[in-house]
Write a protein that binds this ligand. Structure first.
Ligand SMILES: Nc1ncnc2c1ncn2[C@@H]1O[C@H](COP(=O)(O)OP(=O)(O)OP(=O)(O)O)[C@@H](O)[C@H]1O
Ligand SMILES: [Mg+2]
Length: 764
């Protein structure tokens, strides 16, 4: 036999931390929490049912609860609502939902199973009734009305009402609630009642004993004695010793008002809990977190600008913009200590010193440094923490970082903001926005702490490899400082001044045992690394040092001088050879410029004519955009150059871009492809020391492209002397260091015809 009926599938859920509401019992509540009031209003406008689910001692939520009807509702001034809930039936949560901002769930009603044998049920009912009477006898001052419950005829109802009145643990009561079989439920109830009876008897016994032992008639003393005896009976030690210790610590810790109150409240709760209980553990670690966070601890800033500048120079070569910006910040800070500094974002390819610059800034300012990598952070809770009622909950990574720093004004680097994960697990961006917003972050709320923390003294610096994937609102909050890649010469300088020293010391060698010559370092830069930054370069230098260190450790005291010719002994044969310019002009080969994350290089574009009927064959791993560029180039030629030696309609045109295994894409090779095809069709050679970059349109216009600085540096390294550049890109040349800029000639172009005339050698 089962009981059931039509009930709403989706109901709002109230997490109840003070016990368990059983069906047939009534729960009066005074509500001031606005969220809860909203939930009640939501329920009142619907089925008038609220699901009440208990919180486990470990702080988690159970999945079985009691659906309660709203019986009475009074509103008082000042947003106070008093409701009376009545337990109706049990349910199990199937799916957590959020409806109109109200925590809700899809639920399934649970039914009670009865035995076939009605005599058995009646026997149980009586036994429960008897025990209930016994309990009542042992409980002094029980109201007469309550005695009536023994007269309840409905066994299910009797069970719930009785269980509800017992002082059993939440766990036992919840187990009772979750049991479907009425017989098993009665079994549980009987054991709970037995326990209650023993507890009541024990109390009587203790009371008697204490009364006998009591010497003085003092109330306080009586209570203390009583406590001791209780603890002795329970086999426990003394009163929770943590409470006193934590309280002492709180007394001396400097805390903002709100945090102090929160900690004190938790301490009060802790003092009432059994020291070994999981709940006590939760309360203790909460208070410990509050004690460990640097609420008011701030390091003093170094405001000496000259000294700060010296430190920045000590750590990094060049990077003038960045250093200037940091010194500006210092100057402003000195003049207006309360001002809000903008958040700086370093954008640049890997290994150019973004992270290490952050560290250096901290050193220059005399502040602590913490770093949080946002790469792969998917969940808002990682930033903001979990509510402390979750098992194993902790504050989010921001507060963890501050604890690690030990001050509330460190330089806090949020690395890789461009790699925050946003998916079904949630979006950490909104939490970050709050962290980084000077208007909000003085009262940052972490879910675990649940009391505001002032982040406004923290100097946040972010880093990214690209701006494209940073969510717009986040980007708007930041001041972007670009750190572009280094030139070969920069890399050599960095190696000479910084990396060698560092690696030599790290391997425990000294300048007497190893020396790096310019030719050696330049060879490593050129032949063993291909990167925008210097990370691989540093690794190579480190590898050489280590190899030599092994020899030294083996007894050899010889000094090694690292020159170009000995580098391969350490690092093996060359890893990279650059594409270099052709030694003489040739037909069908144009020099384009490419730009990758590791810098610029030249790109040979080769065209060959094969007997055929005007088909275009493209090879060399070209992307769609580049293929379309080639189509456009051919169309423009067919439409505009009818005077060519070879008619494009009589040939298949094969365009290849080596190296064939490296994928290439983008529209910027448009002009170069046009020149290459045209050269093949007209059988005229192309200038070998001139390179070109630029997108084309079908009307023959040349459009601007990206990565000009890198392309120029790449071209120079490959031996190019002249570059044809879209007119709009001419201003980008400002980014190219003067020495390199002066080493080349630049020609602005705005349409294809112009470019062709510079590239193709029409007459012999
Ligand atoms: N201008 C420079 N002067 C001295 N050392 C430098 C310079 N630029 C980079 N380095 C060194 O190069 C190494 C790599 O730098 P860092 O780790 O800061 O790179 P990053 O820009 O943060 O790269 P990623 O984007 O991969 O995180 C560090 O050891 C750093 O000290
Ligand atoms: Mg980094």
């Amino acid at each position: 036999m089962t009981k059931g009926g039509d009930v709403p599938e989706i109901i709002p859920i109230h997490l109840f931390s003070q016990g368990i509401l059983m069906p047939y019992t009534v729960l009066p509540l005074t509500v001031t929490d606005p969220d809860m009031i909203e939930m009640i209003d939501h329920a009142v406008s619907g089925d008038k049912i609220i699901g009440v689910v208990a919180e486990s001692p470990a702080g988690t939520r159970y999945s079985v609860g009691t659906a309660a009807g709203i019986m009475k509702l009074y509103r008082f001034p000042g947003d106070v609502v008093r409701v009376t809930l009545k337990g109706l039936y049990r349910f199990r949560i199937i799916e957590d939902l959020e409806i109109d901002n109200v925590t809700s769930a899809r639920v399934e009603r649970l039914t009670t199973t009865y035995p076939d044998d009605t005599d058995e049920l009646e026997a149980w009912r009586r036994s429960i009734e008897l025990q209930l009477r016994k309990i009542m006898e042992l409980t002094p001052g029980i109201p007469d009305e309550l005695q009536l419950i023994t007269l309840l005829r409905d066994p299910e109802r009797l069970g719930y009402v009785a269980a509800s009145g017992l002082e059993s643990s939440v766990i036992r009561k919840q187990t009772f609630l979750e049991e479907d079989s009425i017989i098993l439920r009665f079994r549980l109830l009987r054991s709970m009642m037995n326990y209650e009876i023993q507890r009541l008897k024990l109390r009587e016994h203790i009371e008697g004993q204490v009364r006998m032992e009591m010497e003085q008639d003092q109330k306080e003393y009586y209570l203390k004695e009583k406590m001791k005896v209780i603890q002795k009976e329970l086999g426990g030690g003394s009163v929770n010793p943590d409470v006193a210790e934590l309280s002492d610590k709180l007394d001396v810790k400097e805390l903002p008002e709100t945090a102090a109150t929160a900690a004190r409240e938790e301490l009060k709760r802790l003092s009432k809990l059994h020291p070994g209980s999981p709940e006590a553990g939760v309360a203790r670690s909460y208070i410990e977190w509050i004690l460990q966070l640097p609420w008011m601890d701030r390091s003093k800033d170094r405001l000496d600008i000259t000294e700060a500048g010296r430190i920045l120079d000590q750590d990094h070569y060049d990077l003038k913009d960045v250093k200037e910006r940091v010194l500006e910040f210092l100057a402003v800070r000195k003049l207006n200590p309360k001002g809000k500094a903008p958040i700086i974002c370093f954008v640049g390819p890997p290994g150019v010193g973004k992270t290490s610059m952050g560290r250096s800034i901290a050193r220059a300012l005399g502040r602590k440094f913490v770093r949080l990598s946002l790469g792969g952070v998917h969940d808002e809770a990682e930033i903001r923490g979990h509510r402390k009622t979750y098992i194993g909950a902790m504050p989010g990574r921001i507060l963890q970082g501050l604890k690690e720093a030990g001050t509330s004004n460190p330089v806090f680097m949020l690395d890789e903001v461009d790699k925050i994960g946003r998916d079904f697990r949630g979006d950490p961006t909104s939490a970050l926005l709050e962290v980084l917003d000077p208007e909000q972050n003085f009262s940052f709320r972490d879910n675990y702490l649940n009391t505001p923390f002032d982040l406004s003294f923290v100097k946040f610096i972010t880093t990214a490899n690209t701006l494209d994937t940073i969510p717009g609102p986040l980007r708007d909050r930041m001041e972007i400082i670009r750190i572009p890649g280094y030139t070969e010469d920069d890399k050599y300088q960095i190696a000479k001044r910084y990396l060698v020293k560092r690696q030599v010391t790290r391997t425990g060698l000294s300048g007497k045992l190893i020396r790096f010559k310019e030719s050696g370092l330049r060879c490593i830069v050129k032949r063993y690394t291909r990167e925008a930054g210097v990370r691989e370069l540093e690794r190579c230098i480190g590898a050489i040092c280590r190899k030599h260190a092994v020899e030294v450790a083996g007894g050899s005291r010889t000094m090694v001088t690292v020159t170009e010719s000995v580098v391969p002994d350490f690092l093996g044969s060359w890893k990279f050879t650059r594409e270099t310019s052709l030694s003489e002009p040739s037909v069908g080969v144009a020099t384009g410029l490419a730009w990758t994350s590791v810098g610029g290089e030249i790109l040979m574009i080769e065209t060959l004519l094969l007997p055929g009927n005007g088909k275009l064959i493209l090879t060399g791993q070209l992307g769609d955009v580049m293929k379309e560029s080639a189509q456009a180039a051919l169309s423009w030629i067919r439409a505009n150059r009818r005077d060519l030696k070879n008619d494009p309609a009589e040939f298949d045109i094969h365009i290849h871009v080596p190296a064939g295994a490296t994928p290439k894409d983008g529209p910027s090779a448009g002009v170069a492809i046009t020149a290459s095809i045209l050269s093949a069709l007209s059988e005229r050679p192309i200038q070998n020391l001139t390179a070109v970059t630029g997108e084309i349109t079908l009307r023959g216009a040349v459009l601007p492209v990206g990565g000009v600085k890198e392309k120029v540096l790449g071209a120079l390294a490959a031996g190019i002397q002249k570059i044809l550049l879209p007119v709009e890109n001419i201003r980008d040349l400002e980014d190219v260091p003067e020495a390199q800029r002066n080493a080349m000639e630049f020609v602005p172009i705005s349409e294809i015809g112009q470019a062709i005339d510079h590239l193709i050698i029409w007459s012999d």
